[in-house]
Structures are given as structure tokens and as C-alpha cells.
Design a binder for this molecule. Structure first.
Ligand SMILES: Cc1cc2nc3c(=O)[nH]c(=O)nc-3n(C[C@H](O)[C@H](O)[C@H](O)COP(=O)(O)OP(=O)(O)OC[C@H]3O[C@@H](n4cnc5c(N)ncnc54)[C@H](O)[C@@H]3O)c2cc1C
Ligand code: HEM
Length: 400
């Protein structure tokens, strides 16, 4: 299917209107769609909608699509990333019809007279085109995941085999498939989705967790931070910490994600993380050491203090046992009981520049949004090519 020149022109011409009304359209769209299709409450995260992050992500995607409609190749990597996320939520082709119908209805409602039937038809045609792109990419991912050794489609029951406190805030869960068969391989940095229906809850909730250890074919490990304050506790992270225990069963999606270490690379690798953002890069570090990699590795981590610093003993041991690994540990606000850190305060890239600006290095980082944008802009200012910069955000908004 190709879009007509007229459709392309009409969609591009509506970009300024979208910019003006994009958020209102997406807000109306979610409310209307979820009231008519309450089963989708099983899929969409209420907290992400409350915070506006989900709306911002979808608005951003629609805007990017409109701006690039005559150059869709520019969106290939974005489509791939979103498709991985959709697969982890088990989004199916029939969902696209529901979203499309409510999106066009929302445009008509919010734009009123500004949305002629010509504009709505053009958007409808363009949406169906984009939806078919996603459906095709997702079909390929579902197929690969289902047919990989140890793979599956949708969800698979896993038993919590071990639950281990890593710090005052972070606990690891070792998850083994109930069927006792192997688990699919993953690339270090990738994530699974966990499907949980808390007691007294009408819908199940889906959350992503990066796999925090190297692949081993038998089980997965996730490491979860208690999210939020007493007044606004994160639902699933608290449920995992407080209500789920060894032998309890959860459902998992197969591992996916576009943030991963390429095992074939031989270049130096710099891993940077803040707080629980450590999980995907720890999987990378563990994989590199298990594979006896001799790549120069720099492991930079920020924690508030030693009470909330997870895996400190482990990464310290790795850096003292392997000459190619150098660790740089920052404590933002150390207490008098803290020791072993190299720097006090937030990450200062200049203070470690000569240690981490290695020729040809690839940079992988994960942490809070402000931390990511600071690293991203610093690396760019050092002249690091974009193709060597890789990061993960623990939420629906990827604008760093
Ligand atoms: C690719 C990816 C990988 C991830 N990997 C990890 C990982 O390895 N480890 C990890 O711990 N997390 C990870 N996350 C984050 C994880 O998926 C969850 O988002 C996180 O655990 C919070 O989920 P929750 O259900 O506890 O919080 P939610 O209930 O979803 O709430 C989210 C936030 O909103 C706040 N909130 C909730 N209710 C209210 C309210 N009424 N008013 C105001 N604020 C409110 C909460 O305090 C919380 O901070 C990852 C996310 C992604 C996308
Ligand atoms: C062409 C249509 C669509 C576009 C452009 C789109 C776009 C997006 C974007 C940009 C994100 C954020 C991805 C990220 O984390 O980086 C996202 C996430 C998501 N999408 Fe879609 N999407 C589309 C269709 C659908 C459909 C049909 C469904 C299911 C009904 C769906 C459900 C979701 C869910 C559940 C998330 C995760 C949100 C979260 O993390 O809270 N999407 N989508």
C-alpha cells in the first residue's frame, strides 16, 4: 500500500495544528477509548497516564510520523523500539483498529471545524499505513520469539525461585519457568514484561524489568526498586517486594528491546548508570566477564549512598579481579558510614573524561531522565558519534 501524494501533503500540512492540539487529542482519545473498551485497562498503565508520560510518548510519535511522512525511513529505529515495547504488552493486530477509530474520533472532536472530512480521511489513511508497518514488524518479532530455542509467544508462567535483597530499595527475583524447560536467550540490556494481577484488583498490570544478570538458558533475574513515596507507592514494585514470595507464580513476556550490547563488538565499552538504572548495564558487565572478554571496560555508577547502593560488593570484586575493568563510583550524598566510593556528588563527566573517552568506545547508559540527557549531551560535545551512544529509559518517553 502506498500513500497518495494528496494524503502526504494533507497530513504534513496538519503538523502545526497537531502541535497546538496534540496533547488534548491524545487525552480525549485515551479517556474515550478506555471507557468504551475497558478490557484495555489490562494493557495501559494508569500511573503513566496520570503523569502524562504515555500521552506525551504517543503525541510525540504521531508528530514525528506526520513530519516524516514522505521519509518514513527516518522512523525505522523508532518503529522498531516501539514495536518491541508493543510485543512485550502482547499488542495484537485487532488492537490497531480500536486505536485508529478512537484517534480519528478524538481529532474530529478536538479540532472541530478545523478538521474537514478531507483531513480526517487523509489521517485515517495515514494511520492505517503506519499501523500496517507496526503490525508487520511486530509479526516478525512474535515469530522470532516463538520459534527461538526456549522461546514462547504472549506470556509464560514463571515461579519465583529466589528473592534477594540487594539494598534498602532494590530486591532481586530469580524466575524459573514452571514447565521446567529452557528459557530463551537474550542480549544483555534487554527486558521482559511481568504480568501481575494484585489482590483486589480488577485488571492485571504489565511492567517492564531489564534482565539484570547474564543469560544462562535456565532462569532470568530481575532487580526491582521500590518506586515512589509512602503517599504515592508504585503499585507493582511494592507488590513484588511486599506480597510476592518464593514459589509464587508470575507471567512473563519473552525478552525484547533495542538497548543491548553487541557481543560481536571488540571496542572498549563504557557502562554508566544511576540508581536502579544499573540493571541492564550490570547484565552487560556480567556477560562480558563470563565471556572472558578482554575489551577495556569502564563501569561508572551513581548511588545516593551505600544503603541504597545495590551490587556494590559484586562490581568491586569484578573490577579488582579483572585488569580490563575499572570502576568509578559516585555517592551523591554519602553518610558517615559510607566508604569505598571514589567521588562525592553527582556524576561529573569531566572528572573521569580521560578514563572513559577511549578510542572507538561504545557508551551504554541508563538512569533518571536528567542523568541520561546530561550524559548524552556531554558525549556529543566530546564528538562521540551517535552510533556509539546507546541508552535506555525506564518509562514510555524516549525524548532525551
Ligand atoms: C525498558 C524498561 C526497563 C525497566 N527496568 C527496570 C528495572 O530493571 N528495575 C526497576 O526497578 N524498574 C524498571 N523499570 C521500571 C518499571 O517498569 C516500573 O515502571 C517501576 O517498577 C514502577 O512501577 P510501579 O507499578 O511500582 O509504579 P506505578 O504504579 O506504575 O507508578 C509509577 C510512578 O508513579 C507514581 N505514582 C503512582 N500513583 C501515584 C499517584 N496517585 N500520584 C502521584 N504519583 C503516583 C509512583 O510513585 C511511581 O513513582 C523499567 C521500565 C522500562 C520501560
Ligand atoms: C500506529 C499506532 C501506534 C503508535 C504510533 C504508537 C506509539 C507508541 C509509543 C511512541 C509508545 C512509547 C514507546 C516507548 O516506550 O518508547 C507506545 C507505547 C505503548 N503502546 Fe503504542 N502505538 C500505537 C498503537 C498501539 C496500539 C494499537 C496499542 C494497544 C491497544 C498500543 C499500546 C501501547 C502500550 C500499552 C504502550 C506502553 C505504554 C507504557 O509504557 O505505559 N499502541 N506506543
Amino acid at each position: 500500500m502506498n500513500l497518495s501524494a494528496e494524503t502526504v501533503q494533507t497530513v504534513k500540512a496538519t503538523v502545526p495544528v497537531l502541535e497546538e492540539h496534540g496533547v488534548a487529542i491524545v487525552e480525549y482519545f485515551y479517556k474515550d477509548m478506555l471507557s468504551e473498551n475497558p478490557e484495555l485497562l489490562n494493557v495501559f498503565n494508569a500511573a503513566n497516564q496520570r503523569s502524562g508520560r504515555q500521552q506525551a510518548a504517543l503525541t510525540g510519535a504521531i508528530y514525528a510520523y506526520a513530519a516524516n511522512i514522505d521519509n518514513l525511513d527516518a522512523l525505522t529505529s523508532t518503529v522498531q523500539r516501539i514495536a518491541y515495547k508493543h510485543v512485550s504488552f502482547n499488542i495484537l493486530p485487532e488492537h490497531y483498529g480500536i486505536v485508529g477509530r478512537h484517534l480519528i474520533k478524538a481529532m474530529a472532536h478536538v479540532l472541530g471545524d478545523k478538521a474537514s472530512s478531507r483531513i480526517l480521511d487523509a489521517w485515517s489513511e495515514a494511520y492505517n499505513y503506519l499501523a500496517s508497518l507496526f503490525i508487520d514488524v511486530e509479526k516478525t518479532i512474535y515469530h522470532e520469539k516463538e520459534n527461538a530455542e526456549g522461546g514462547w509467544r504472549g506470556t509464560r508462567p514463571f515461579r519465583i525461585r529466589r528473592k534477594e535483597k540487594e539494598s534498602d530499595l532494590i530486591t532481586s527475583f530469580y524466575l524459573e519457568p514452571v514447565d521446567g524447560k529452557p528459557v530463551a536467550h537474550f542480549y544483555p540490556g534487554q527486558y521482559i514484561s511481568i504480568y501481575i494481577r494484585p489482590d483486589d484488583y480488577d485488571f492485571h498490570c504489565i511492567r517492564q524489568y531489564s534482565l539484570s544478570d547474564a543469560p544462562n538458558g535456565k532462569h532470568y533475574r530481575i532487580s526491582v526498586k521500590r518506586e515512589g513515596s509512602e503517599a504515592s507507592k508504585g503499585l507493582i514494585s511494592h507488590y513484588l517486594h511486599d506480597s510476592l514470595n518464593v514459589d509464587d507464580i508470575v507471567q512473563l513476556s519473552p525478552p525484547v528491546g533495542d538497548f543491548f550490547l553487541d557481543p560481536e563488538e571488540t571496542t572498549p565499552v563504557v557502562l554508566l548508570s544511576g540508581g536502579v538504572g544499573q540493571t541492564p548495564v550490570l547484565s552487560m558487565l556480567n556477560t562480558l566477564t563470563i565471556n572472558k572478554s578482554d575489551r577495556p571496560i569502564r563501569y561508572v555508577h551513581n548511588a545516593i549512598n551505600s544503603q541504597v547502593h545495590a551490587f556494590g560488593k559484586h562490581t568491586r570484586a569484578l573490577s579488582s579481579q579483572h585488569n580490563n575493568i575499572k570502576q568509578f563510583l559516585f555517592y551523591d550524598a554519602p553518610t558517615q558510614h559510607c566508604s569505598g566510593h571514589d567521588f562525592t556528588g553527582s556524576l561529573d563527566m569531566d572528572s573521569i573524561r580521560q578514563d572513559i573517552q577511549l578510542p572507538g568506545a561504545h557508551y551504554y547508559f541508563c538512569g533518571p531522565a536528567g542523568y541520561l540527557s546530561m550524559i548524552n549531551s556531554t558525549l556529543k560535545s566530546w564528538g562521540i558519534p551517535e552510533s556509539h551512544i546507546h541508552y535506555e529509559i525506564f518509562g514510555p518517553d524516549h525524548s532525551v
